[in-house]
Design a protein around this ligand. Structure first.
Ligand SMILES: [Fe+2]
Length: 353
């Protein structure tokens, strides 16, 4: 059953529009790079030719801190001051049994919000699942197993592995800031993403620090929103039995492990505040815009460039993330698993004040 990862072919052609829509970020950036307004095939060829010229070699200026953890020598590369560390020198297939390694990774993950690894292309789907299980309970595509949206993309025999695929005829990238599945009453604690195929350049994932977002809220607003709950609504592809999933969460969330406060609203799923607060539409929109204002600012983000075999594990309670939709027409294939907190009581977001 377990086997090495093998590349897959493009999805079958359905009805594909002749022109790439400029209304999407993917189309917008592609049109800016190839402004001759050709059909999508011509545009694709033109952009691929540009990229062949952009990328002909590689070098990597990297700064890091060396550490030795239980006999394993690691190099920790910070992606930004606020968050994100790439851990070099570990094999996620071989080194997890070393005493103390998982504890070290968990502590660093909590401190840096998101940790990354390079050169793990040998990691099978079983290996990916084994890694995720070191940190909690393996979740379904969107976390809790009671939510099964219709039409999930599932590799055969691996129902919990979500494939996120983009290719020339089916561009796809989650290019707006969000935390995963906050429309669920118990969103996943974390997510692990591995890159199976990467574009030569572009398609980076960005992460935004939820603690920093909380710190950036105006003092008076902080006091106001400590008592507020917000409504999070899923998108059509999250629907189950014809209904969009919906959940109500505190706007200020206490991180169950660090005890720190996170601003827990996002532009994709947070629609309004709970009915009990009786806010008008104008008040709702004004407050949401104020709370969203710092999401994605460079000072509270880091950016991770994928290569084949790169892995990222983020704390879904502490960060938001956003893909960069700038890589069409290249293929990008990612696989994701979610992790649920082993302590069921900690899965439901709460605020302790
Ligand atoms: Fe996501």
């Amino acid at each position: 059953m377990a086997g090495p990862y093998t590349p897959e072919r493009d999805t079958p052609e359905k009805a594909i529009p002749k022109r790439l829509s400029r209304a999407t970020l993917m189309g917008m950036t592609a049109a800016a790079r190839y402004p001759d307004l050709g059909d999508r095939k011509t545009m694709a060829q033109g952009i691929k030719a540009q990229d062949a010229d952009l990328v002909t070699g590689s070098l990597a200026p990297v700064t890091y801190k060396p550490v030795s953890v239980c006999g394993v020598d690691l190099k920790l590369e910070p992606l930004s001051p606020a968050l994100g560390t790439v851990i070099h020198g570990i094999d996620l297939d071989q080194d997890l049994d070393q005493v103390g390694i998982v504890e070290f990774l968990r502590a660093l993950w909590l401190e840096r919000r998101v940790i990354m690894f390079r050169d793990q292309q040998h990691l099978s789907r079983d290996g990916l699942i084994r890694f995720a299980r070191c940190f909690g309970e393996l979740g379904a595509h969107h976390g809790e197993r009671d939510h099964v949206p219709s039409g999930p993309q599932t590799p055969q025999d691996y129902p919990d592995v979500l494939q996120i695929r983009s290719e020339e005829n089916h561009p796809n990238a989650a290019s707006e800031w969000h935390s995963d599945a906050t429309w669920s009453s118990r969103p996943p604690m974390g997510s692990v993403l591995i890159c199976r195929e990467a574009p030569p350049v572009g398609g980076d994932t960005n992460f935004c620090d939820g603690y920093g977002l909380w710190q950036g809220v105006h003092r008076a607003t902080k006091e106001r929103i400590k008592a507020l709950k917000a409504v999070h609504v899923g998108q059509p592809h999250h629907a189950m039995d014809g209904h969009l999933p919906k959940a109500i969460h505190p706007v200020a969330r206490t991180h169950p492990e660090t005890g720190r406060t996170v601003l827990f609203v996002n532009r994709v799923f947070t629609r309004q505040f709970a009915d009990e607060h009786d806010l008008s539409e104008a008040e709702t929109q004004n407050l949401l815009q104020e709370l969203f204002a710092n999401i994605g600012r460079p000072e509270v983000t880091c950016r991770f460039r994928w290569r084949q075999g790169s892995v990222a594990m983020w704390d879904n309670r502490a960060v938001q993330h956003c893909a960069t939709a700038d890589f069409w027409p290249h293929r990008r294939l990612m696989e994701r698993v979610t992790i649920l907190d082993s302590d069921v009581a900690q899965r439901t977001p709460y605020f302790t004040g």
